[in-house]
Unconditional design. Structure first.
Ligand SMILES: Cc1cc2nc3c(=O)[nH]c(=O)nc-3n(C[C@H](O)[C@H](O)[C@H](O)COP(=O)(O)O)c2cc1C
Length: 310
């Protein structure tokens, strides 16, 4: 997630850690500005404004460049480094990154070990994997390779790359993984409610859980799961949420970024809120901020407070 979303989600409480979107690592060391762009929280101790720790996620297939970039991230004050071995995107996999590395436990080991050795010991190096690439045959070997290389914690998105995002997530693999490795395992995939969280807990026995897409549809999900109470999403508070999101994205980056992200946000909110769906439908064709802003303002009946950033 980006800064605005991390800030929003953690402001409600109930989240113990957040992670950046993946930062692609090829051969070189990124200039610091790249890390600051993905993780402005590095200016504030690698914590969101609510104080939640932020880990920086790296994605790449070569141990040395990954180690070099991880070391720099640690020097910039990151509270943790996370390695992505789960991304299913074709372009990423073609360029030797993300889930394609699940075909080789040895490469997972080498990359993770190189990063672990490069980063001071008090800074966690965590990893994220899927159950496999085409099938689950290397699942346990992959998890073991990551643990042996020194991963502090392992998040498992319970699908293979081939399964994409098709439901269901196969939580039943996690107990087998947990039997093989001693590090904490974080269960991920299709946790969308208290009911599914309880089911996931019953199946996996995990103490740690990660939520992705549902948090984009309901930014209050973590606080709701913590309190075991669903908050009423009245349209007045949703309107303020959307306006605040647009304004924050615009002042944090620029109006074009804010437009794209707010449409994405409206689309996600549409799954649970008909009024958001109306706003999405009426704004989705507006491609320019100067066209989008007045319509959004009118539909939300809110005066948008806009900074000079364009
Ligand atoms: C649009 C999109 C972007 C994602 N980007 C990342 C990413 O940068 N890093 C990552 O580890 N996972 C990424 N994921 C995967 C999610 O973190 C998560 O593992 C997956 O969606 C399953 O969990 P969920 O059912 O809670 O969404 C992305 C997923 C989606 C749909």
């Amino acid at each position: 997630m980006d800064w605005v979303f991390r800030d929003l989600i953690t402001s409600y409480g109930g989240v113990h850690q957040v992670t950046t979107e993946f930062i692609r690592v090829t051969k070189n060391l990124h200039p610091n500005k790249v890390f600051y762009r993905y993780a402005p929280e590095l200016h504030t101790g690698s914590r969101t404004r609510a104080g939640t720790p932020l880990y920086i996620q790296l994605l790449g297939g070569e141990p040395e460049p990954m180690a070099m970039n991880a070391k720099r991230v640690a020097e910039l004050g990151a509270l943790g480094v996370d390695l992505n071995f789960g991304c299913p995107a074709k372009t990423v996999n073609r360029h030797d990154g993300g889930a394609s590395l699940l075909k080789s436990p040895d490469r997972l080991y080498k990359i993770t070990k190189a990063v672990r050795d490069a980063v001071p010991h008090d800074i966690p190096v965590t990893t994220k994997m899927r159950l496999g690439f085409d099938d689950t045959s290397l699942c346990l070997e992959n998890a073991q390779a990551l643990a042996e290389a020194g991963s502090t914690k392992l998040t498992v998105h319970c699908r293979t790359k081939k399964q994409g995002y098709a439901p269901p997530a196969h939580w039943e693999y996690i107990p087998r993984i947990r039997e093989k490795i001693k590090i904490p395992v974080v269960a991920n995939g299709d946790i969308t409610s208290l009911e599914s969280l309880k089911k996931c807990f019953a199946v996996t026995g995990c103490e740690h859980f990660m939520i992705g897409r549902q948090a984009l549809k309901n930014p209050k999900i973590f606080s709701e799961l913590g309190s075991q109470e669903t908050t009423k999403k009245d349209w007045i508070s949703q309107k303020q949420l959307i306006a605040g999101f647009y304004q924050a994205s615009r002042s944090h980056v620029n109006a074009h970024f804010a437009l794209a992200r707010t449409k994405q946000f409206l689309r996600n909110l549409s799954f649970e809120c008909d009024s958001s769906k109306d706003v999405f439908n009426q704004t989705k064709i507006l491609m320019k901020p100067h066209l989008f802003e007045p319509v959004l303002s009118k539909l939300l009946d809110v005066d948008l407070v806009l900074t000079k950033n364009t």
